[in-house]
Design a protein around this ligand. Structure first.
Ligand SMILES: Cc1cc2nc3c(=O)[nH]c(=O)nc-3n(C[C@H](O)[C@H](O)[C@H](O)COP(=O)(O)OP(=O)(O)OC[C@H]3O[C@@H](n4cnc5c(N)ncnc54)[C@H](O)[C@@H]3O)c2cc1C
Length: 146
């Protein structure tokens, strides 16, 4: 179990024994959690994120919306949560704006959120990247852009 990451080492613990491994590179692949404030907010949470209804309201409150990294929605194809990304956060804002307008004006039909994933890109060092853009897998460097 990783206990601590410093500028030039990581501290791991096994069988109650701690070991320091010297390194300047560290790739975290154990997932992320939401903000601790959300975890402690009293809302139902899943790893610090609120599992919102399709219209982005919390499970328990009809007048509370949660969006962006604080919210979690499931991908029905993978049965896994969508990763928290800016593209989803921005798209959620449109749905919430529409739904708030509906509620304020007395409308009853709230919109369900449907993410449109444009792609995913990961940087590999300073000059390279790998990604899926509009369903097309690409690998590129700065001399040969995607
Ligand atoms: C290293 C990294 C790389 C990423 N790369 C990508 C990418 O390539 N593509 C992509 O789509 N997404 C990427 N993301 C994810 C993306 O940044 C987030 O999903 C997105 O910013 C979520 O938007 P948000 O508005 O929910 O939260 P944020 O953008 O995190 O905004 C939350 C705001 O709340 C403020 N805040 C926090 N706590 C408090 C408090 N107690 N009181 C007041 N203010 C507070 C913060 O300062 C911040 O300004 C990346 C994230 C990281 C960390």
């Amino acid at each position: 179990m990783i206990k601590k990451v410093t500028e030039d080492s990581i501290i791991v613990e096994k069988d109650e024994e701690r070991e320091e491994i010297k390194t300047k590179n560290f790739i975290w692949a154990a997932g992320v959690t939401g903000n601790s404030i959300v975890q402690e907010s009293g809302f139902e949470t899943n790893r610090g994120r609120v599992p919102v209804r399709p219209d982005l309201r919390t499970p328990d409150y009809d007048d509370v919306f949660v969006v962006g990294d604080c919210a979690v929605i499931m991908n029905p194809d993978t049965e896994r949560p969508y990763p928290p990304t800016a593209q989803i956060a921005i798209q959620m804002a449109d749905t919430v704006a529409h739904n708030l307008k509906q509620m304020v004006s007395g409308g009853e039909k709230l919109q369900s959120f449907e993410p449109h994933i444009q792609g995913t890109v990961a940087s590999l060092g300073h000059t390279d990247a790998i990604g899926v853009v509009f369903d097309d897998k690409n690998y590129s460097d700065v001399q040969h852009p995607l």
